[in-house]
Design a protein around this ligand. Structure first.
Ligand SMILES: Nc1ncnc2c1ncn2[C@@H]1O[C@H](COP(=O)(O)OP(=O)(O)O)[C@@H](O)[C@H]1O
Ligand SMILES: [Mg+2]
Length: 400
């Protein structure tokens, strides 16, 4: 039997989900048993881990991500290099789970975004585009497993932002009949999915609120002379006080006031944004701790402001369900809890979804949906004209 037919006929598929986010911390990998498809899909996490990028890989991705330094030779080669790293992550996570690649039906790989310009680029064409690298043919070749990748491009082709894509999975795994939820993921960029209680897919809306960890990471890297890549447990910020003047000034950035659907990335909130915060803070002679605290407050406030502006007028929110690396920053977590009071902020683990593995699980579920022929973009999240099937499939043959 053709391998694609074999996979399509299965009721439960074992899927590896691979995610590499804007934080550039590495590859988040998960092994997931996915049963069924569509709104009633069930996902059971078997194993997950993050495999950190070497500093040279991180530097190369940053170089590739900038229009000034991202040359075609670098992009072409890095696409294959990251393909190998993704295959390595897939191999390790399978080994860690005590399984073998022969037990795996499918891989869903997000790849590494190097450019995301859904509202038109700067080269004069005005064309919407997005580019994730990490060649799926390398993944399929190294693992012998059918691989789905490049999930964002079809949504962009359908007039959407190509992001965020996780809202479909939030709808599948976290909607509730009793509670209206805001599902918050704090990666490099922070995003929210609004799931009104008893919602149908067309009631779901979602958008990127702005910086998640990216501003904190950027500022901390400069403050520590590159010794720290992030504010571990939020310790630097915990010792500082917030400068409200800077918070207010930075929150005047036009992105925060823009109506959703909207998505953003390193292009808008990367090193220049961190530089702007540092410049304002240094002009006032703030200490390292105060700068970290202020940047953390900007992040927390921008997330809360987004809810006040764009969610509360439409939905009475019962709880915020949080996930992503940013929840490990205790100061950020505390500030979020404080600003959202009386709305409780809970971890997604309490709702049955591992908060550290959520994005990798999401790409396993999206790959499963592609193989099942389900339409997995949410127009209320991406602004697409219609619902489409996401992903490009690289088929493996039996015995590969
Ligand atoms: N122990 C920790 N303390 C503070 N921040 C952390 C911790 N662990 C992870 N993070 C933050 O989370 C980021 C990674 O989060 P992740 O959800 O993988 O984001 P992305 O999807 O953008 O890769 C790190 O860059 C860091 O900013
Ligand atoms: Mg990550």
């Amino acid at each position: 039997m053709n391998e694609l037919t074999r996979i399509a006929r299965k009721r439960t598929r074992r899927v590896i989900g691979l995610m590499a986010g804007t934080s550039l911390d590495g590859i988040s990998a998960a092994v997931v048993d996915v049963t069924g498809s569509g709104p009633d899909t069930k996902a059971v996490l078997l194993e997950h881990a993050t495999f950190a990028f070497d500093p040279e890989v991180k530097a190369a991705i940053l170089k590739a991500s900038s229009p000034e330094t991202g040359t075609v030779d670098l992009l072409s080669e890095l696409n294959f290099v990251i393909g190998e790293l993704l295959a390595e992550a897939a191999r390790k996570i399978v080994e860690q789970s005590g399984l073998s690649m022969a037990d795996v039906d499918l891989i869903g790989s997000h790849g590494q975004t190097v450019y995301h310009c859904p509202r038109g680029g700067r080269t004069g064409w005005g064309a919407a585009s997005t580019l994730q690298i990490g060649e799926p043919c390398v993944l399929a070749e190294r693992t012998g497993v059918t691989t789905v990748a490049d999930f964002r491009t079809r949504d962009v082709a359908a007039g959407g932002c190509g992001a965020p894509l996780v809202p479909y999975v939030d709808f599948v795994l976290l909607r509730s009949e009793e509670k209206s939820r805001v599902v918050l993921n704090i990666g490099g960029i922070a995003n929210i999915t609004v799931l009104p209680k008893g919602c149908a897919i067309d009631d779901v809306f979602a958008f990127d609120t702005g910086p998640g960890n990216i501003a904190i990471d950027g500022v901390v890297r400069v403050l520590t002379g590159g010794k720290q890549e992030f504010d571990s447990e939020g310790k630097l910020a915990a010792e500082g006080s917030v400068n409200l003047g800077i918070v207010e000034a930075v929150l005047g950035h036009e992105y925060f006031g823009t109506e959703p659907p909207k998505s953003t990335g390193r292009e808008m909130f990367g090193s220049e944004f961190a530089g702007l915060i540092l410049e304002k803070a240094r002009a006032l002679g703030l200490s390292q701790n105060d700068i970290a605290a202020t940047t953390t407050a900007i992040t927390a406030r921008s997330i809360h402001d987004a809810c006040v502006r764009f969610v509360y007028p439409k939905v009475k929110v019962d709880e915020v369900v949080a996930s992503g690396g940013g929840t490990r920053n205790d100061t950020l977590a505390r500030m979020l809890k404080d600003t959202f009071t009386p709305v409780p902020v809970v971890m997604s683990d309490e709702c049955g979804v591992n908060s550290m593995a959520k994005e990798a699980i999401a790409f396993a579920v999206l790959a499963n949906e592609a193989i099942s022929g389900g339409r997995a973009n949410v127009p209320g999240a991406t602004g697409a004209r219609r619902r489409v099937i996401l992903g490009k499939i690289v088929p493996a043959a039996k015995g590969d």
